[in-house]
Unconditional design. Structure first.
Length: 343
């Protein structure tokens, strides 16, 4: 049911009213309304051949458009969606240009240094990167896209464009219900909203993370996988503290990467490498005051549990030992420090 078809009545009534007028009572209510892609607000954004990627049907349409190769594809946005689509399009032998306003792809998430690694990777596979510029207009003929015009004035011929510029959490239903909304539906660490017996989970939930000491809305698959069961246990009256280490992964060409942790801008002060950075087989650790706050493993596997243990330990580590690939990661945390059980 979409936000336009249903609304929630909170309080003593404990009912939801459906779009058709029917009322359904509840003892506990979970909002998992998800998100929708942010639309590109430029002339021509509604032309045929402009794709967004959110649902299975979107992926099927895009795959059909890319299969067979020989298409001119413009990817708008250098985040995870944009980079993975660019890699897939090149895998189908299409010509790909990627437009990104930041100095590197993933600049805000990974920093210039590691974002630059992804820029190198895509250039090596034939992607034309147009950085430090955005999209001014999309032009077309007979209702179909023909080119993307950048703010720099470049005209990029296009048979199709894929837009990956972020998402909006679907909070309209929660707003109608009178719940607190701030970058998603605000919840506590047990995924309870500000209304009695109403919960939220998934990428619509801006949940309080006690280990980080802040509210955090995580948009990645792993959060949907674990958040729903945690909310269910909370709704059943069990004691729940949803404090999992944020996690996501990506596969692009011959590069596989997993990332654990969360760091806001300025939330770390040192980057430590373990392994072969030029050969793209390494782990990069972000440290703050000597403590591991995030770790990214590239083409190295089965290390995520150890990285997350270091993060959850919240204990200082020796950077030289951390950088030594001959020392097991399991031995990095101080003796006796082990992760708490996650819901």
């Amino acid at each position: 049911m979409s936000p336009q078809q249903t609304f929630v009545i909170v309080g003593a009534g404990r009912e939801i009213t459906l779009g058709g007028g029917d009322r359904v009572g509840y003892d506990r209510l979970l909002l998992a309304t998800g998100s929708r892609p942010r639309r590109l607000a430029v002339p021509g954004a509604d032309l045929d051949g402009v794709h967004y990627l959110r649902q299975v049907e979107d992926a099927d349409r895009l795959q059909a458009a890319l299969t067979g190769g020989g298409r001119r594809v413009v990817v708008i946005g250098g985040g995870w969606i944009g980079l993975e689509v660019a890699a897939a399009a090149r895998g189908h032998a299409n010509e790909v240009t990627l437009v990104e306003p930041q100095p590197t792809p993933l600049h805000a998430v990974l920093s210039a240094e590691l974002g630059g690694m992804f820029a190198e990777l895509h250039r090596e596979h034939g992607v034309d990167l147009r950085l430090r510029t955005g999209v001014r207009e999309i032009t077309g003929s007979a209702g179909r896209i023909t080119a993307v015009i950048t703010h720099a004035g470049d005209e990029l011929p296009a048979d199709l464009a894929v837009v990956g510029v972020g998402i909006h959490p679907n909070v309209e239903l929660a707003q109608t219900a009178g719940l607190t909304v701030d970058n998603g539906i605000v919840t506590d660490q047990a995924l309870r909203t500000t209304a009695p017996d109403v919960y939220a989970a998934g990428d619509v939930a801006n949940a309080y993370h006690p280990r980080l000491g802040l509210h955090l809305r995580v948009e990645h698959w792993a959060n949907a996988l674990h958040g729903g069961p945690a909310a269910a246990r909370s709704m059943l009256g069990q004691r729940v503290t949803y404090d999992r280490v944020p996690y996501f992964f990506t596969d692009q060409y011959d590069l596989g990467m997993e990332y654990s942790g969360h760091t806001a801008a300025g939330g770390w002060d040192r980057l430590v490498y373990r392994g072969d950075r030029p050969g793209r087989q390494f782990i990069a650790f972000r440290l703050a005051a000597g403590r591991v706050v995030a770790g990214m493993n590239v083409n190295i596997w089965d290390v995520t549990p150890a990285i997350q243990e270091l993060i959850r330990s919240e204990q200082p580590v020796d950077p030289d030992r951390l950088a030594d690939p001959d020392l097991p990661l399991d031995d990095m945390a101080p003796q006796g420090v082990r992760p708490g059980r996650q819901p």
